[in-house]
Ligand binder design. Structure first.
Ligand code: HEC
Length: 153
């Protein structure tokens, strides 16, 4: 093999690996974008509808119809568990089995930016799912109610 052919080969291998590196950088960015759906900046989400469509819908599906497959994502349409506002609040704050927790975690925001929901956002999204998708629970919960539920298991 001639020296110049070797160097061309070497260069094209290097170019190839550089390209792989940039592909994986793009993939990582896309990964981060998708994750941003759930863990991104939530501070501009105010209404229950905004919070639902940006955060909850990815798992619980449009119209709260839920999903069944690799996991079970409960539907909110006609779900009797929603009768208890406290149950819904505690689920959103603390998570439940495969569902992530959304209460603010100390020191977490320092690294990742706002990734959680404040008490008003939790109240808004809980009130939203309890009054949509065919649900008509008329006992809305307030941010103060949510604050009082932080210590519940
Ligand atoms: C990453 C996926 C995911 C996201 C995002 C998510 N959930 Fe869940 N949620 C789940 C799973 C999985 C369960 C079922 C947990 C279990 O095994 O009991 C669940 C359960 C629930 C339940 C209990 C339902 C029942 O029948 O007991 C409520 C209420 C709920 N989620 C509300 C919300 C709200 C409101 C949001 C948005 C703030 C949200 N979830 C975001 C995955 C998710």
């Amino acid at each position: 093999m001639s020296a110049s052919f070797k160097s061309i080969l070497l260069r094209s291998v290097m170019a190839g690996s550089m390209c792989l590196a940039c592909l994986s950088a793009v993939a990582e960015e896309e990964e981060a974008d998708r994750a941003g759906l759930i863990t991104g900046n939530t501070s501009d989400l105010v209404s229950g509808e905004q919070i639902y469509t940006q955060i909850c819908q990815g798992c619980h599906m449009p119209e709260g119809r839920g999903a069944q497959g690799a996991g079970r994502y409960p539907a909110f349409a006609g779900n009797p568990a929603l009768a208890s506002a406290n149950y819904v609040v505690v689920t959103v704050l603390n998570g439940r089995r495969n569902m992530p927790a959304f209460k603010p975690v100390e020191n977490f925001e320092f690294f990742f930016g706002p990734t959680s929901l404040n008490d008003e956002q939790v109240a808004n999204v809980v009130n939203y799912i309890r009054t949509h998708f065919g649900n008509q629970f008329d006992d809305p919960i307030s941010a103060a109610d949510v604050a009082a539920l932080h210590s519940e298991p």
